[in-house]
Design a binder for this molecule. Structure first.
Ligand SMILES: Cc1cc2nc3c(=O)[nH]c(=O)nc-3n(C[C@H](O)[C@H](O)[C@H](O)COP(=O)(O)OP(=O)(O)OC[C@H]3O[C@@H](n4cnc5c(N)ncnc54)[C@H](O)[C@@H]3O)c2cc1C
Length: 424
Protein backbone atom coordinates (compact mmCIF):
# COMPACT_ATOMS: atom_id res chain seq x y z
CA UNK A 1 0.00 0.00 0.00
CA UNK A 2 1.05 3.60 -0.47
CA UNK A 3 -0.08 6.18 2.08
CA UNK A 4 0.12 9.79 0.88
CA UNK A 5 0.57 12.23 3.79
CA UNK A 6 2.27 11.72 7.16
CA UNK A 7 -0.10 13.65 9.41
CA UNK A 8 -1.69 11.72 12.27
CA UNK A 9 -4.25 10.23 9.85
CA UNK A 10 -1.68 8.85 7.41
CA UNK A 11 0.76 7.73 10.09
CA UNK A 12 -1.87 5.92 12.15
CA UNK A 13 -3.17 4.21 8.99
CA UNK A 14 0.35 3.05 8.12
CA UNK A 15 1.02 1.74 11.63
CA UNK A 16 -2.35 -0.05 11.66
CA UNK A 17 -1.65 -1.68 8.29
CA UNK A 18 1.83 -2.69 9.34
CA UNK A 19 0.33 -4.37 12.42
CA UNK A 20 -1.79 -6.48 10.03
CA UNK A 21 1.40 -7.49 8.13
CA UNK A 22 0.60 -5.24 5.17
CA UNK A 23 3.64 -3.75 3.45
CA UNK A 24 3.29 0.02 3.45
CA UNK A 25 5.18 3.03 2.11
CA UNK A 26 4.42 6.55 3.41
CA UNK A 27 5.11 9.62 1.26
CA UNK A 28 5.28 13.05 2.88
CA UNK A 29 5.68 16.37 1.05
CA UNK A 30 7.22 18.24 3.97
CA UNK A 31 10.61 17.60 5.51
CA UNK A 32 8.93 16.53 8.77
CA UNK A 33 6.06 14.31 9.91
CA UNK A 34 2.94 15.55 11.75
CA UNK A 35 1.28 17.95 9.30
CA UNK A 36 -1.08 20.11 11.37
CA UNK A 37 0.58 18.79 14.51
CA UNK A 38 3.69 20.87 15.02
CA UNK A 39 5.39 22.03 18.20
CA UNK A 40 7.59 25.14 18.29
CA UNK A 41 10.47 24.85 20.72
CA UNK A 42 13.31 27.36 20.92
CA UNK A 43 15.33 29.09 23.67
CA UNK A 44 13.25 27.35 26.32
CA UNK A 45 9.95 28.59 24.82
CA UNK A 46 7.43 25.98 23.75
CA UNK A 47 4.08 26.25 21.97
CA UNK A 48 1.93 24.15 19.70
CA UNK A 49 1.47 25.88 16.35
CA UNK A 50 -1.27 23.48 15.28
CA UNK A 51 -3.25 21.01 17.40
CA UNK A 52 -2.89 21.61 21.11
CA UNK A 53 -5.86 20.50 23.26
CA UNK A 54 -7.27 17.07 24.04
CA UNK A 55 -10.86 16.46 25.19
CA UNK A 56 -11.90 13.95 27.83
CA UNK A 57 -13.55 11.67 25.25
CA UNK A 58 -10.66 11.71 22.74
CA UNK A 59 -9.87 8.12 23.67
CA UNK A 60 -7.68 7.35 20.67
CA UNK A 61 -5.43 10.35 21.30
CA UNK A 62 -5.26 9.47 24.98
CA UNK A 63 -4.36 5.84 24.22
CA UNK A 64 -1.70 6.96 21.73
CA UNK A 65 -0.23 9.38 24.28
CA UNK A 66 -0.17 6.58 26.82
CA UNK A 67 1.54 4.20 24.40
CA UNK A 68 4.30 6.72 23.74
CA UNK A 69 4.63 7.85 27.37
CA UNK A 70 3.42 11.40 26.63
CA UNK A 71 1.71 12.68 29.81
CA UNK A 72 -1.51 14.70 29.57
CA UNK A 73 -1.40 17.96 31.51
CA UNK A 74 -4.58 19.79 32.64
CA UNK A 75 -4.89 23.21 30.97
CA UNK A 76 -5.07 26.36 33.09
CA UNK A 77 -4.70 24.71 36.49
CA UNK A 78 -2.29 27.32 37.87
CA UNK A 79 -4.36 30.26 36.53
CA UNK A 80 -7.76 28.91 37.58
CA UNK A 81 -8.23 31.62 40.22
CA UNK A 82 -7.34 34.43 37.78
CA UNK A 83 -9.72 36.32 35.48
CA UNK A 84 -10.40 35.76 31.79
CA UNK A 85 -11.00 39.07 30.00
CA UNK A 86 -13.25 40.48 27.29
CA UNK A 87 -11.68 43.57 25.70
CA UNK A 88 -14.17 45.20 23.32
CA UNK A 89 -13.40 48.64 21.86
CA UNK A 90 -10.80 49.22 24.58
CA UNK A 91 -13.25 48.53 27.42
CA UNK A 92 -11.93 45.78 29.69
CA UNK A 93 -14.37 43.51 31.50
CA UNK A 94 -13.95 40.12 33.10
CA UNK A 95 -15.55 37.22 31.27
CA UNK A 96 -17.50 36.41 34.45
CA UNK A 97 -18.98 39.95 34.47
CA UNK A 98 -19.97 39.63 30.81
CA UNK A 99 -21.48 36.16 31.38
CA UNK A 100 -23.66 37.43 34.22
CA UNK A 101 -25.00 40.48 32.38
CA UNK A 102 -27.38 40.98 29.45
CA UNK A 103 -24.69 40.08 26.87
CA UNK A 104 -24.14 36.75 28.61
CA UNK A 105 -27.90 36.14 28.66
CA UNK A 106 -28.14 36.70 24.91
CA UNK A 107 -25.12 34.44 24.22
CA UNK A 108 -26.82 31.82 26.39
CA UNK A 109 -30.07 32.17 24.39
CA UNK A 110 -28.17 31.37 21.17
CA UNK A 111 -26.41 28.44 22.88
CA UNK A 112 -29.74 27.04 24.10
CA UNK A 113 -31.20 27.27 20.61
CA UNK A 114 -28.22 25.41 19.14
CA UNK A 115 -28.34 22.91 21.95
CA UNK A 116 -32.01 22.16 21.21
CA UNK A 117 -31.15 21.55 17.53
CA UNK A 118 -28.18 19.39 18.53
CA UNK A 119 -30.35 17.39 20.92
CA UNK A 120 -32.47 16.19 17.97
CA UNK A 121 -29.51 14.51 16.26
CA UNK A 122 -30.05 10.75 16.65
CA UNK A 123 -26.51 9.70 15.64
CA UNK A 124 -23.35 11.59 16.54
CA UNK A 125 -21.47 9.81 13.76
CA UNK A 126 -23.83 10.98 11.02
CA UNK A 127 -25.27 14.53 10.90
CA UNK A 128 -27.32 13.63 7.84
CA UNK A 129 -29.63 11.65 10.17
CA UNK A 130 -30.89 14.92 11.72
CA UNK A 131 -34.68 15.21 11.11
CA UNK A 132 -34.10 18.69 9.62
CA UNK A 133 -30.83 17.84 7.88
CA UNK A 134 -31.81 19.27 4.49
CA UNK A 135 -32.97 22.65 5.74
CA UNK A 136 -30.11 23.00 8.27
CA UNK A 137 -27.50 22.16 5.64
CA UNK A 138 -29.04 24.64 3.25
CA UNK A 139 -28.49 27.45 5.75
CA UNK A 140 -25.47 29.04 7.36
CA UNK A 141 -24.71 29.84 10.99
CA UNK A 142 -25.11 33.51 10.06
CA UNK A 143 -28.68 32.81 8.89
CA UNK A 144 -29.47 31.43 12.34
CA UNK A 145 -27.97 34.48 14.09
CA UNK A 146 -30.05 36.73 11.82
CA UNK A 147 -33.22 34.75 12.59
CA UNK A 148 -32.53 35.02 16.31
CA UNK A 149 -31.87 38.78 15.84
CA UNK A 150 -28.67 38.50 17.86
CA UNK A 151 -26.84 41.82 17.61
CA UNK A 152 -24.23 43.97 19.33
CA UNK A 153 -21.55 42.56 21.63
CA UNK A 154 -23.38 39.24 22.05
CA UNK A 155 -23.18 38.73 18.29
CA UNK A 156 -19.48 39.60 18.32
CA UNK A 157 -18.85 37.01 21.04
CA UNK A 158 -20.79 34.28 19.23
CA UNK A 159 -19.10 35.11 15.91
CA UNK A 160 -15.63 34.98 17.49
CA UNK A 161 -16.52 31.66 19.05
CA UNK A 162 -17.56 30.30 15.64
CA UNK A 163 -14.41 31.67 13.96
CA UNK A 164 -12.21 30.19 16.69
CA UNK A 165 -13.88 26.79 16.95
CA UNK A 166 -14.99 26.23 13.36
CA UNK A 167 -12.17 28.27 11.75
CA UNK A 168 -14.73 29.77 9.35
CA UNK A 169 -16.93 32.81 8.89
CA UNK A 170 -20.47 32.19 10.21
CA UNK A 171 -21.83 33.03 6.73
CA UNK A 172 -19.68 30.33 5.11
CA UNK A 173 -20.42 27.51 7.54
CA UNK A 174 -23.19 24.93 7.12
CA UNK A 175 -25.58 25.18 10.07
CA UNK A 176 -25.88 21.37 9.97
CA UNK A 177 -22.10 21.03 10.33
CA UNK A 178 -22.12 23.41 13.30
CA UNK A 179 -25.07 21.65 14.96
CA UNK A 180 -23.14 18.38 14.60
CA UNK A 181 -20.06 19.94 16.27
CA UNK A 182 -22.26 21.23 19.11
CA UNK A 183 -23.85 17.79 19.56
CA UNK A 184 -20.43 16.11 19.74
CA UNK A 185 -19.15 18.72 22.22
CA UNK A 186 -22.24 18.39 24.40
CA UNK A 187 -21.88 14.62 24.65
CA UNK A 188 -19.23 15.19 27.34
CA UNK A 189 -19.21 17.25 30.54
CA UNK A 190 -18.13 20.90 29.81
CA UNK A 191 -15.05 20.45 32.01
CA UNK A 192 -13.76 17.80 29.60
CA UNK A 193 -13.78 20.12 26.57
CA UNK A 194 -10.20 21.11 25.59
CA UNK A 195 -9.21 20.06 29.09
CA UNK A 196 -5.66 18.78 28.52
CA UNK A 197 -2.44 19.35 26.61
CA UNK A 198 0.33 16.92 25.77
CA UNK A 199 3.49 17.48 27.78
CA UNK A 200 6.31 18.48 25.45
CA UNK A 201 3.84 19.22 22.65
CA UNK A 202 1.45 17.37 20.36
CA UNK A 203 4.24 16.66 17.86
CA UNK A 204 5.42 13.88 20.15
CA UNK A 205 2.42 11.83 19.02
CA UNK A 206 3.43 12.06 15.36
CA UNK A 207 7.04 11.25 16.19
CA UNK A 208 5.90 8.29 18.27
CA UNK A 209 3.80 6.89 15.42
CA UNK A 210 6.47 7.41 12.80
CA UNK A 211 9.01 5.69 15.08
CA UNK A 212 6.79 2.58 15.02
CA UNK A 213 7.14 2.19 11.24
CA UNK A 214 9.65 -0.40 10.05
CA UNK A 215 10.13 1.52 6.78
CA UNK A 216 10.87 5.21 7.48
CA UNK A 217 8.55 7.83 6.02
CA UNK A 218 9.83 9.22 2.69
CA UNK A 219 10.18 12.88 3.68
CA UNK A 220 10.25 15.75 1.18
CA UNK A 221 8.60 13.37 -1.30
CA UNK A 222 5.39 14.98 -2.53
CA UNK A 223 2.99 12.87 -4.54
CA UNK A 224 2.38 14.68 -7.84
CA UNK A 225 0.16 12.20 -9.68
CA UNK A 226 -2.00 9.21 -8.81
CA UNK A 227 -3.04 6.74 -11.50
CA UNK A 228 -5.78 4.28 -10.62
CA UNK A 229 -6.08 1.20 -12.82
CA UNK A 230 -7.84 -2.17 -12.61
CA UNK A 231 -4.51 -3.89 -11.98
CA UNK A 232 -3.13 -1.48 -9.39
CA UNK A 233 -2.15 2.03 -8.44
CA UNK A 234 0.85 4.16 -9.38
CA UNK A 235 1.90 7.21 -7.35
CA UNK A 236 4.41 9.48 -9.06
CA UNK A 237 6.75 11.80 -7.15
CA UNK A 238 9.74 13.89 -8.25
CA UNK A 239 11.94 11.18 -6.73
CA UNK A 240 10.35 8.21 -8.50
CA UNK A 241 7.24 6.04 -8.84
CA UNK A 242 5.57 3.79 -6.31
CA UNK A 243 3.35 0.93 -7.47
CA UNK A 244 0.86 -0.61 -5.08
CA UNK A 245 -2.41 -2.50 -4.73
CA UNK A 246 -4.13 0.52 -3.21
CA UNK A 247 -3.49 4.12 -2.18
CA UNK A 248 -4.59 5.89 0.99
CA UNK A 249 -5.01 9.60 0.37
CA UNK A 250 -4.43 11.27 3.75
CA UNK A 251 -3.92 14.89 2.67
CA UNK A 252 -6.21 17.89 3.29
CA UNK A 253 -8.62 18.89 0.49
CA UNK A 254 -6.58 21.91 -0.73
CA UNK A 255 -3.59 19.57 -1.23
CA UNK A 256 -5.82 17.22 -3.27
CA UNK A 257 -6.35 20.10 -5.71
CA UNK A 258 -2.62 20.07 -6.50
CA UNK A 259 -2.57 16.38 -7.50
CA UNK A 260 -3.07 15.00 -11.03
CA UNK A 261 -5.31 11.95 -11.26
CA UNK A 262 -5.38 9.45 -14.11
CA UNK A 263 -7.04 6.15 -15.03
CA UNK A 264 -10.34 5.29 -13.32
CA UNK A 265 -10.77 8.55 -11.44
CA UNK A 266 -13.68 8.29 -9.00
CA UNK A 267 -16.19 11.16 -8.82
CA UNK A 268 -15.34 11.69 -5.16
CA UNK A 269 -12.10 13.44 -6.15
CA UNK A 270 -14.02 16.42 -7.47
CA UNK A 271 -16.16 16.64 -4.30
CA UNK A 272 -13.10 16.27 -2.12
CA UNK A 273 -11.19 18.99 -3.91
CA UNK A 274 -14.08 21.41 -3.36
CA UNK A 275 -14.45 20.75 0.34
CA UNK A 276 -14.06 23.90 2.41
CA UNK A 277 -11.29 24.12 5.00
CA UNK A 278 -11.33 27.05 7.39
CA UNK A 279 -8.36 29.23 8.28
CA UNK A 280 -6.43 29.78 11.51
CA UNK A 281 -3.42 31.86 12.54
CA UNK A 282 -1.42 31.38 15.71
CA UNK A 283 1.10 34.11 16.48
CA UNK A 284 3.58 33.57 19.31
CA UNK A 285 4.84 36.40 21.52
CA UNK A 286 7.53 35.67 24.14
CA UNK A 287 7.37 37.96 27.18
CA UNK A 288 10.00 38.02 29.96
CA UNK A 289 7.33 36.74 32.38
CA UNK A 290 3.56 36.06 32.18
CA UNK A 291 3.00 39.74 32.97
CA UNK A 292 -0.84 39.43 32.80
CA UNK A 293 -0.82 37.31 35.94
CA UNK A 294 0.45 40.31 37.94
CA UNK A 295 -2.79 42.13 37.17
CA UNK A 296 -4.92 39.12 38.15
CA UNK A 297 -5.50 37.85 34.62
CA UNK A 298 -5.06 34.32 33.28
CA UNK A 299 -3.87 35.44 29.84
CA UNK A 300 -7.19 34.31 28.31
CA UNK A 301 -8.82 37.22 26.50
CA UNK A 302 -11.22 37.94 23.63
CA UNK A 303 -10.16 41.10 21.83
CA UNK A 304 -12.34 43.10 19.38
CA UNK A 305 -12.27 44.70 16.87
CA UNK A 306 -8.72 43.32 16.44
CA UNK A 307 -10.49 39.96 16.14
CA UNK A 308 -8.22 37.61 18.08
CA UNK A 309 -8.14 35.63 21.31
CA UNK A 310 -5.13 34.99 23.56
CA UNK A 311 -3.93 32.31 25.97
CA UNK A 312 -0.74 31.01 27.52
CA UNK A 313 1.31 28.43 25.62
CA UNK A 314 3.07 25.40 27.17
CA UNK A 315 5.65 27.78 28.65
CA UNK A 316 3.49 30.47 30.31
CA UNK A 317 5.61 33.47 29.26
CA UNK A 318 4.62 32.75 25.64
CA UNK A 319 1.29 34.28 24.69
CA UNK A 320 -0.58 32.79 21.75
CA UNK A 321 -2.65 35.24 19.70
CA UNK A 322 -5.23 33.20 17.77
CA UNK A 323 -7.72 34.10 15.07
CA UNK A 324 -9.96 32.10 12.74
CA UNK A 325 -11.94 32.67 9.57
CA UNK A 326 -11.33 35.99 7.83
CA UNK A 327 -9.50 37.32 10.90
CA UNK A 328 -6.76 34.68 10.47
CA UNK A 329 -5.16 36.44 7.51
CA UNK A 330 -5.57 39.78 9.21
CA UNK A 331 -3.76 38.57 12.36
CA UNK A 332 -0.99 37.01 10.28
CA UNK A 333 -0.19 40.34 8.63
CA UNK A 334 -1.04 42.73 11.50
CA UNK A 335 1.91 44.99 12.37
CA UNK A 336 3.31 44.00 15.76
CA UNK A 337 2.72 47.50 17.18
CA UNK A 338 -0.99 47.23 16.29
CA UNK A 339 -1.25 43.79 17.87
CA UNK A 340 0.41 44.97 21.08
CA UNK A 341 -1.76 48.10 21.21
CA UNK A 342 -4.87 45.88 21.21
CA UNK A 343 -3.74 44.06 24.39
CA UNK A 344 -4.84 45.29 27.84
CA UNK A 345 -2.48 48.13 28.94
CA UNK A 346 -1.33 46.20 32.05
CA UNK A 347 0.13 43.51 29.77
CA UNK A 348 2.28 46.10 28.07
CA UNK A 349 4.23 46.91 31.24
CA UNK A 350 7.89 45.95 31.00
CA UNK A 351 10.00 45.04 28.00
CA UNK A 352 8.00 44.47 24.79
CA UNK A 353 7.69 40.80 23.87
CA UNK A 354 9.80 39.15 21.24
CA UNK A 355 7.84 37.85 18.29
CA UNK A 356 8.95 34.24 17.89
CA UNK A 357 6.78 32.66 15.23
CA UNK A 358 3.61 32.98 13.17
CA UNK A 359 1.77 30.00 11.74
CA UNK A 360 -0.86 30.97 9.17
CA UNK A 361 -2.19 27.60 8.09
CA UNK A 362 -4.20 28.92 5.16
CA UNK A 363 -0.99 29.99 3.43
CA UNK A 364 0.86 26.68 3.90
CA UNK A 365 0.93 24.93 0.54
CA UNK A 366 0.70 21.40 1.99
CA UNK A 367 -2.31 22.23 4.17
CA UNK A 368 -4.12 25.23 2.70
CA UNK A 369 -6.36 25.83 5.71
CA UNK A 370 -7.16 24.82 9.27
CA UNK A 371 -9.67 21.96 9.33
CA UNK A 372 -12.87 20.79 7.70
CA UNK A 373 -15.44 23.60 7.79
CA UNK A 374 -18.22 22.51 5.41
CA UNK A 375 -20.02 25.26 3.52
CA UNK A 376 -23.83 25.23 3.24
CA UNK A 377 -24.88 22.18 1.23
CA UNK A 378 -21.56 20.35 1.60
CA UNK A 379 -22.39 18.10 4.55
CA UNK A 380 -25.16 16.19 2.82
CA UNK A 381 -23.47 16.28 -0.59
CA UNK A 382 -20.26 14.67 0.64
CA UNK A 383 -20.93 12.78 3.86
CA UNK A 384 -21.37 9.23 2.55
CA UNK A 385 -18.88 9.62 -0.30
CA UNK A 386 -15.97 10.66 1.91
CA UNK A 387 -16.34 7.79 4.33
CA UNK A 388 -16.11 4.75 2.07
CA UNK A 389 -13.54 3.29 -0.32
CA UNK A 390 -13.60 4.06 -4.04
CA UNK A 391 -12.06 1.04 -5.74
CA UNK A 392 -8.35 1.17 -4.98
CA UNK A 393 -8.60 4.63 -3.44
CA UNK A 394 -9.11 5.05 0.32
CA UNK A 395 -9.59 8.37 2.11
CA UNK A 396 -8.10 9.22 5.50
CA UNK A 397 -7.67 12.45 7.45
CA UNK A 398 -9.75 14.47 9.89
CA UNK A 399 -12.09 15.65 7.11
CA UNK A 400 -13.21 12.04 6.59
CA UNK A 401 -13.92 11.26 10.27
CA UNK A 402 -17.50 10.53 11.26
CA UNK A 403 -17.60 11.87 14.80
CA UNK A 404 -14.44 13.83 15.61
CA UNK A 405 -13.77 15.75 12.38
CA UNK A 406 -11.51 18.76 12.91
CA UNK A 407 -9.54 17.09 15.71
CA UNK A 408 -6.49 14.87 16.11
CA UNK A 409 -9.01 12.31 17.36
CA UNK A 410 -10.76 12.55 13.98
CA UNK A 411 -7.53 11.84 12.09
CA UNK A 412 -7.02 8.70 14.23
CA UNK A 413 -10.68 7.73 13.85
CA UNK A 414 -10.35 7.91 10.05
CA UNK A 415 -7.24 5.71 10.19
CA UNK A 416 -9.14 3.01 12.07
CA UNK A 417 -11.84 2.99 9.36
CA UNK A 418 -9.31 2.77 6.51
CA UNK A 419 -7.37 -0.06 8.16
CA UNK A 420 -10.59 -2.03 8.49
CA UNK A 421 -11.57 -1.21 4.86
CA UNK A 422 -8.25 -2.66 3.72
CA UNK A 423 -7.88 -5.62 6.05
CA UNK A 424 -11.26 -6.24 7.69
C1 LIG B 1 -4.09 25.98 14.33
C2 LIG B 1 -4.70 24.64 14.56
C3 LIG B 1 -5.14 24.30 15.82
C4 LIG B 1 -5.69 23.06 16.07
N1 LIG B 1 -6.05 22.74 17.34
C5 LIG B 1 -6.45 21.48 17.63
C6 LIG B 1 -6.62 21.07 18.97
O1 LIG B 1 -6.43 21.86 19.90
N2 LIG B 1 -7.00 19.78 19.21
C7 LIG B 1 -7.17 18.87 18.19
O2 LIG B 1 -7.48 17.71 18.47
N3 LIG B 1 -7.00 19.25 16.90
C8 LIG B 1 -6.64 20.51 16.60
N4 LIG B 1 -6.41 20.88 15.30
C9 LIG B 1 -6.76 19.94 14.22
C10 LIG B 1 -5.71 18.82 14.02
O3 LIG B 1 -4.45 19.40 13.93
C11 LIG B 1 -6.04 18.08 12.75
O4 LIG B 1 -7.39 17.64 12.77
C12 LIG B 1 -5.18 16.84 12.52
O5 LIG B 1 -3.85 17.02 12.94
C13 LIG B 1 -5.24 16.53 11.04
O6 LIG B 1 -4.47 15.39 10.73
P1 LIG B 1 -4.53 14.80 9.25
O7 LIG B 1 -3.64 13.61 9.22
O8 LIG B 1 -5.92 14.65 8.83
O9 LIG B 1 -3.95 15.95 8.30
P2 LIG B 1 -2.54 16.70 8.29
O10 LIG B 1 -2.00 16.80 9.65
O11 LIG B 1 -2.74 17.96 7.55
O12 LIG B 1 -1.61 15.72 7.45
C14 LIG B 1 -1.61 15.69 6.05
C15 LIG B 1 -0.18 15.51 5.57
O13 LIG B 1 -0.17 15.41 4.16
C16 LIG B 1 0.99 16.05 3.66
N5 LIG B 1 0.82 16.30 2.22
C17 LIG B 1 0.08 17.27 1.62
N6 LIG B 1 0.16 17.14 0.27
C18 LIG B 1 0.96 16.07 0.04
C19 LIG B 1 1.44 15.43 -1.16
N7 LIG B 1 1.10 15.86 -2.38
N8 LIG B 1 2.26 14.36 -1.03
C20 LIG B 1 2.63 13.90 0.19
N9 LIG B 1 2.23 14.48 1.34
C21 LIG B 1 1.39 15.54 1.27
C22 LIG B 1 1.09 17.29 4.53
O14 LIG B 1 2.37 17.86 4.50
C23 LIG B 1 0.72 16.71 5.90
O15 LIG B 1 1.86 16.26 6.61
C24 LIG B 1 -5.84 22.11 15.02
C25 LIG B 1 -5.41 22.45 13.73
C26 LIG B 1 -4.85 23.69 13.50
C27 LIG B 1 -4.39 24.04 12.11
Amino acid sequence: MVVVGAGLGGLATAVGLQQQDVEVVVLEARGRVGGRVRTWSENGHRADLGAERVDGDHRRVRALADRHAVPLVPVGQDTASLDDLVVFDGVIRTAAEVDQGSIGAEVERVAEHLSALAGQLPRLDDPTTHPDAASLDGRSVEDLLDDLATVGDARRIVEQDVRGNAAAEPGQLSLLGWVHDVAVAEAKPPAQVESHRLRGGAQRLAEGLSGQLSTPVHLATAARAIDLHDAGVRVTTDQGRFDADAVVLAVPPPAVRQLRFGGNVPAVIEQLAQLALGDITKRLLAFDTPVWRESGCSGNALIEPAGFATWEAHTPEVLIAYAGGRAARRLATMPLAELLAALPPAWRAGRPPEEIHTAHWGSERETGGAWNAPAPGQVRATWQLLRRPHGRLHLAGEHTAARHGGFMEGALESAERVVSELTG
